[in-house]
Design a protein around this ligand. Structure first.
Ligand code: PDD
Length: 286
C-alpha cells in the first residue's frame, strides 16, 4: 500500500480522505503537477515548482507549502514508496469551506488542500511505445481560454482519450481554427526536414516543462526550432511528429487520423531528442 501526503501528514492511502465540500471535488477548483522520477530522482523539480506557483497565482490561490518543503515531501514519498521510475502527482485545491458556494471562501478560514502521491511505473524510460510510435486522431479543442493554468478540470482531455481509444488510436491532438493546439495531456510537434515546429506559448496551451527542456536541448544540438502555429494538414504532411510530457518524455507520432507519416515508424529526429532528453535529464535530476 502506498504512503501518500495530505495536508502535512504521511498516511497509508486508504486513510487519507478529503471533505465532500472540497472545492477540488465540487468545482474543479484546483491545480496540479506531475513530476517524473528516474533512478529514484526527480526530473525538473524546479520547473514544476515554478509553474505550480504561476498556476496558483493566476487563480488567486494561496500556496500552502514552501519550495524547500515541497522538495522534501517529493523526496520523502519517493523514499517511503521505493520509487525508481514513475511519477509524483501533486494537487492543491482551494480547500473545503463548510458549504457549496460559487464565491471563493475566505483564505484566512479555509486553507488549501494539498495532496501528493506516487505512481510506480517501472520501465517508464524504456517504454516500448517509443520504438513503435503512436497514432493520434484530431478532435476539436473545446476547452476553456486559460489552458496555460494547470487546473484539474480534465473532463474534455479525458473524453479526448476515450475518443482516441474508440478509434483505435493512442491519443488525440486538439484543433482550434484549423491549427493544432496540443495533445490531450502533452505538447505537440512536427518535423520538416531538420526543423522542429511547435506552437508558441500563449494562454492556448500548457507551458510544458518537458517542452522547455526539449527545445533547449534541441537548440544546443544545433537543431532548428520554429515556434509557430501549424495546421493539421501541415502535420499530416510532415516528415515526423512527436509529443512531450513529464510522463512520456519525447514520444514519436507515426500516424495522424488516416495519414501515415514517413515510413510509419519513428524517424530520425524524435528518437534522437528522446535520447538526449533522457540523458540530460538524468544528469540534472535531484
Ligand atoms: N500533462 N499539455 C497538457 C494539456 C498537459 O496536460 C501536459 C502535461 C502537457 C505537458 O506538460 P509537461 O511537459 O510539463 O508534463 C502539455 C500531465 C503529464 C498529466 O496530466 O498527466
Amino acid at each position: 500500500m502506498r504512503t501518500v501526503y495530505l495536508n502535512g501528514d504521511y498516511l497509508p492511502e486508504n486513510e487519507a480522505s478529503v471533505s465532500i465540500f472540497d472545492r477540488g471535488f465540487l468545482m474543479a477548483d484546483g491545480v496540479y503537477e506531475v513530476t517524473s522520477v528516474l533512478d529514484g530522482k526527480l526530473i525538473d523539480f524546479d520547473g514544476h515548482a515554478v509553474r505550480l506557483q504561476r498556476s496558483l497565482g493566476a487563480l488567486d490561490m494561496q500556496n500552502p507549502i514552501s519550495k524547500e518543503d515541497l522538495l522534501e515531501v517529493h523526496r520523502e514519498l519517493v523514499r517511503l514508496n521505493e520509487i525508481e521510475e514513475g511519477m509524483i502527482y501533486l494537487q492543491i485545491t482551494r480547500g473545503a469551506p463548510n458549504d457549496r458556494d460559487f464565491v471563493f471562501p475566505d483564505p484566512d478560514t479555509t486553507k488549501p488542500t494539498i495532496v501528493l502521491f506516487t505512481q510506480n511505473k517501472p520501465g517508464l524510460a524504456d517504454n516500448p511505445a517509443a520504438q513503435k510510435g503512436m497514432k493520434v486522431i484530431s478532435i476539436n479543442d473545446i476547452r476553456w481560454g486559460r489552458r496555460d493554468i494547470k487546473t484539474v478540470q480534465l473532463l474534455y482531455p479525458s473524453m479526448g482519450k476515450m475518443m482516441a481509444k474508440k478509434a483505435g488510436a493512442d491519443d488525440a491532438w486538439m484543433i482550434e481554427d484549423g491549427f493544432v493546439t496540443e495533445g490531450t495531456s502533452n505538447n505537440a510537434y512536427i518535423v520538416k526536414g531538420n526543423k522542429i515546429i511547435t506552437r508558441a506559448l500563449s494562454n492556448d496551451i500548457l507551458h510544458g516543462i518537458t517542452r522547455a527542456a526539449v527545445l533547449r536541448f534541441a537548440r544546443e544540438a544545433q537543431m532548428e526550432v520554429e515556434e509557430r502555429n501549424f495546421t493539421i494538414e501541415e502535420a499530416k504532411e510532415a516528415d515526423e511528429a512527436f509529443i512531450t510530457s513529464a510522463s512520456t518524455f519525447v514520444m514519436p507520432v507515426v500516424q495522424i487520423d488516416d495519414a501515415v507519416l514517413g515510413q510509419g515508424v519513428p524517424g530520425r529526429v524524435a528518437p534522437r531528442l528522446r535520447e538526449i532528453y533522457l540523458d540530460e535529464s538524468r544528469k540534472a535530476a535531484i
